[in-house]
Design a protein around this ligand. Sequence first.
Ligand code: PLP
Length: 452
Amino acid sequence: MSESISHLDIPGPKSRELLARRQEFVARGVSSTMNVFAAKADGAIIEDVDGNRYIDFAGGIGVMNIGHARPEVTNAIAEQAARFTHTCFSVMMYEPYVALAERIVKLAPGDFAKKALFLNSGAEAVENAVKIARYATGRPAIITFDNGYHGRTLMTMTMTAKVKPYKYRFGPYATEVYRAPFPYPYRMNMTPQDASAYCIQELERMFVGEVAPDQVAAIVVEPVQGEGGFMVAPPGFLRALKAICEKHDILFVADEIQSGFCRTGQMFAVEHDQVAPDLMIIAKSMGAGMPISGVVGRADIMDAPPPGTLGGTYSGNPVACAAALAVLDLYEQEDLAARSREVGRVVIERFVKLQEKYSLVGDVRGLGGMVAMELVKDRRTKEPDSQTASDILTAAHKRGLALIKAGMYDNVLRVLVPLCVTDEQLQHGLDIFEDAFTSVAEAAIATTSSVG
Ligand SMILES: Cc1ncc(COP(=O)(O)O)c(C=O)c1O
């Protein structure tokens, strides 16, 4: 990448024209962070319909860990599509589904017999994990966590914590979902260890005050909370949860949809805490954009629901399975887990420098290449600053960086850059980030001092 940092013409004329059509024909409930339209992409770069190029720090919300348009994947897709695109695995089976199940079973943590099942979306996989857990245990209740995100269907929306925009006016919700606190050391004003101990204690209290443990089928946890704002489970927290699960015969279910597939510097984030989940939910960077998700876990649990109770018309589509098989090869061949650790180190270093300079940056956190900064109006009160976060996004987009937010208060800037990003592209992306950040932060400081 040799492009210098300069303002792009966005939205350009072709994007503007498409935007008008989109506004006329596409439901407004589907929002888009950027107001441009993609034309093509390659590795960590996306080009819009007007020829503007962006370094992709969003990765289609954590889907493109291997990068865009990798020939290994596009060839696998084309070859499978030319053979056949659909028979429905529930009607006539095909090898890519079985091969992928075999691969995922071997990849998932846990030295025990495992089985897998494939679905289309993350939310659908969460729904299926809940079905399987309930059937296997004969218990109704599910425990999820504060700040958690699990999807937009009825059950997953119920399991999701944040009210607006995900839940507001979409109720009534499903029953038998209970929410426990998740360690958020920054906002709890605690060390990670203390926050972890507090949350475990609160969970034990819930078993007295809210739901009997023998009624709980599963605890569903994101090892690193994604949409909630990249809160990392402190070391030992997942292990402590697993111990509680074992004590009460509750299933430990890890939602690795955003944290999985090398994003955090391990193939799966639970590996940092040496935990083998009973069930693990996977999606996003498994298929590099092809709609595929899955549940993998202990064979006895996966086999509890009888034939005919799980599946769906498109679930485990052969083209998506072929893509996922090629994607998994790349993680291994290119050791993208190690690359993720390196990317994370570089991003954290640059973010911490901004934190040292600007009180706007309340917290910098992450695990491997899953990194974020949380913006606040005041370091002491920690009042969230979502407006400045939005302004920085817009400034970044105009300078050629695809960037997205997260967070319960919409005030977290997160990085989900494809792990195939070159060192040069990464530094260039961070230069753009810094330029966008500084321009907005300095303008805010100037306004405050002129008012004061
Ligand atoms: C942790 C987690 N679970 C579930 C989901 C829902 O996945 P999908 O949008 O594919 O339904 C997401 C999506 O962001 C996620 O990050």
